[in-house]
Design a binder for this molecule. Structure first.
Ligand SMILES: CC(C)(COP(=O)(O)OP(=O)(O)OC[C@H]1O[C@@H](n2cnc3c(N)ncnc32)[C@H](O)[C@@H]1OP(=O)(O)O)[C@@H](O)C(=O)NCCC(=O)NCCS
Length: 164
């Protein structure tokens, strides 16, 4: 899959809310990412409608992971929230649907996204707080050049990708 993965905004097809609601219903995505209390298709549709507002404000951006030439099929998501605006530090988030895990898709998407954020979005640091029970996620950021910069009291590991 490497080299075939692309990113696009949410809302490109009428099926996008269905994909997002399905992601929120996945146990691992709900556990390790911030899924909302309301995980309905309707709420997913409203969340997608507001995505351009968040993006234009610069508070967050979330992009769908797709395969080149197949924009209607969503494999996962990668995004960031501007956590510390003064320092231009953003927090990374990402997930894949279970059926497409294990093929390097997240590594490709997170790698491209991180390079884009520091090169073109004026981000000085992207960091990821990763639960100790999530070694696959730790492996993704490590493969993308993130460095381990700390550990929180509950064992959460903090990884960072800095502008060079
Ligand atoms: C975290 C998550 C995205 C990782 O998915 P993943 O499939 O392990 O990651 P990748 O797509 O990078 O695939 C890596 C696997 O593909 C393999 N691979 C094959 N070709 C590869 C390539 N060209 N580059 C990198 N890895 C490749 C790797 O060896 C690895 O194999 P493994 O499954 O035997 O360890 C996924 O587990 C997930 O969505 N979890 C739930 C949500 C979550 O935890 N999000 C992160 C919150 S911080």
């Amino acid at each position: 899959m490497r080299g075939e993965v692309a990113l696009r905004p949410w809302g490109a097809t009428p099926k996008d809310p269905e994909y997002l609601a399905a992601a929120w219903a996945d146990a691992d995505i709900a556990k390790f990412c911030k899924a909302p209390d309301d995980r309905s298709r309707e709420f997913a549709g409203r969340w997608i409608e507001k995505e351009p507002v968040r993006r234009d404000k610069g508070s967050s951006v979330d992009l769908c992971i797709i395969k080149v030439g197949e924009p209607e099929v969503i494999y996962g998501e990668v995004g960031m929230v501007l956590a510390e605006p003064g320092r231009r530090w953003a927090e990374l988030g990402f997930w894949l649907f279970p059926g497409v895990r294990g093929a390097g898709i997240a590594t490709s998407a997170v790698g491209v996204f991180s390079d884009w954020a520091v090169a073109f979005q004026g981000i000085n640091r992207i960091f990821a707080r990763i639960h100790p029970d999530n070694p696959r996620s730790q492996a993704v950021v490590e493969r993308c050049g993130y460095e381990r910069v700390g550990e929180l009291a509950d064992g959460t590991v903090v990884w960072a990708f800095d502008v060079k």
